[in-house]
Design a protein around this ligand. Sequence first.
Ligand code: HEC
Ligand SMILES: [Cu+2]
Length: 360
Amino acid sequence: MSHISPVLWQFLVKWLTNFAIFPPEASRIAAQSDALFFFMVLVSLIGLTTVVLLVVGFSILYRKERHPHAVQIEGSTLLESTWTIIPLGLFLIIFVWGALIYFRVYTPPANAMNIYVVGKQWMWKIEHPGGQHEINALHIPVNEPVQLTIISQDVFHSFSIPAFRIKREAIPGRYTTVGFEATQVGTYHLFCTQYCGTDHSHMTGEVVVMSRDDYKKWLASSTSGMSLAQDGERLFASLSCNACHNDTPNARGPNLVNVYDSRLTLSTGETVTADDAYLRQAILNPSEHVTQGYVPIMPTYQGQISEEGVIALVEYIKSLHSNYRVQQTLNTTALVPQNQEKATPAGQTPSGQKPQGVGR
Ligand code: HEC
Ligand SMILES: [Cu+2]
């Protein structure tokens, strides 16, 4: 809507931001979301004014001195349809407008970079595909679509970046996604907006929007030397998944190469798409969906792998396109101790906690 009256719009937003009522508009969607918000405020103000004027006007017009005896009025179709149709129209406008913004936020473009977010009491853990881990901080490049895949390791949390006008629930046991594109370099607040226990108010952090070059530098300087998929590969070996999932002809489990996003036929005859959520379920709760032609011998890994570990495994399975690299690297990677900590840039762990490695 900002194109309708840019001057008035800029003035309004500047004014509100200066008075700290309003966070800056730092994402593609922010101005659109605000336009809808102001439209609703405007409609409410018009409604409020109309009702107040009518109440005051009628109490003067029909006061006792002028109308000592009440007169019954038996309805008016014209009046009643007017006050039904006008609000209905307004609500429908708000509905369609809101839905358009909703779909933009919750269906990020396919080329968006995917970053994982794990909420837990009481911190946000961020996992970049390149293996960069951060706590209560999110570094992203400016002007690039980003998708967050969010999950909680314990209770409900809610991931909110007011300056981007986005908020998404972090739900235990389920991946949720949200998308945005930051438009201004800067540092913004990150909040948990769902009361989640004693230290809920400390579950905050910083979103750092960087120029593309700075972001590349940041990626290079904070890498743990191992991508998420490589982490997953290591877990895949240390949890002996490759005992059953390998490319030998008599493997006891299905070949996982190219399984991601493919259609699987289950023993019930149903077909499912093996997306992130399905893979997560298949690892933690294998007996729930059994792939056709296989015996349900896969043990459950519920409670044995952290959410970060599952994310790494899922990323590893996603990366399997031609063969199991794990076959070649098994002997070297299996020897790496699981609790070896990865380097995380200083200053990102306000509580002094060290980020945990995957697994355990
Ligand atoms: C004892 C053998 C065995 C082990 C160990 C095992 N799996 Fe499986 N896995 C299977 C079998 C058999 C199936 C197919 C039947 C089913 O869906 O339960 C399967 C299915 C799957 C699927 C669903 C995809 C498909 O094509 O059906 C995924 C994903 C998967 N396993 C991942 C893993 C991971 C990750 C590990 C290690 C943490 C692991 N598996 C350990 C035997 C095993
Ligand atoms: Cu929380």
